[in-house]
Design a protein around this ligand. Sequence first.
Ligand code: SF4
Length: 306
Amino acid sequence: MTHVFGPVPSRRLGYSLGVDIVPRKTCTLDCVYCQVGPTIEKTIERKQWVDPDHAFDDLVRALSRGEQIDYITFSGSGEPTLNTSLGVLLRKIKQISSIPVAVLTNGTLLYLPDVRRDLRGADLVVPSLDAVTPKVFDRLNCPHAELDVAKIIEGIKTFRKEFQGSLWLEVMIVKGVNDNRQELERIATVAQSIRPDKIQINSVSRPAALHGIEPASPEVFRLALKLFGKPAELIDEFNKHSISDSLEETGQRILQLVKRRPCSIAQIRQSLGITEAEIEKRILNMLCEGKIQEIRHEGKKFYKGL
Ligand code: SF4
């Protein structure tokens, strides 16, 4: 089995060559929104979960194909900091490649000095912070019994002070779980005290596939952007072929249409031939930017350009 996948277009990193160094769904958490599925091995034990030489050989082979790669990214189907070989692998990658290396982590083990030491070899670390109160943390992230959210937050703060590279904080907002003003304010206060380079506010992207888990409303994202302040941004679907053009063009086409007459998502899809998922993303952005408004007619949602 290969430990390397891609390069895949990623929401935030461009073309990302993924490196997966734990077996499928080996994680410290079991987040309700996890797209990989339920956690199979919930653990906080750090060990050599996969053979690092095997993973490194897979990576060397993938790099030799000469494809465009913007980031080498430790991520995949579990929590990469559970692997004690992470630091060694980061050092070995730096010896053979100048491509920036990112680690997407749930941040739960950053209270451990050896994890923070291992991560020093990365260019970018992206920890998650979806909750700051134990009740919300338990409900949203279903953590391993020995994890404590206050300790995790302290770990992220300590790491920020020690780490010379970029740190982006990711916050996933889920309807009915952490989308209330009180929790958002608390997360925002903690997030700002960490002083990340960016705060990426994320939304559940495939609601239909995730039983009962729904994205929060546009009002909530608008509020979150306000509360989280300047380093915050909404993550949008990736389109490498001129991301700004694509976002701009698609958004403009939708805006022109709904300025002429209010439309439902289905009507926009019929008129413009764009997928519903893509329309929903643009709609969310434009609602947050105050360019359109949602109106209801006979129980159905329509969007109107302002
Ligand atoms: S931390 Fe990531 S891999 Fe682990 S359960 Fe949550 S979403 Fe899934």
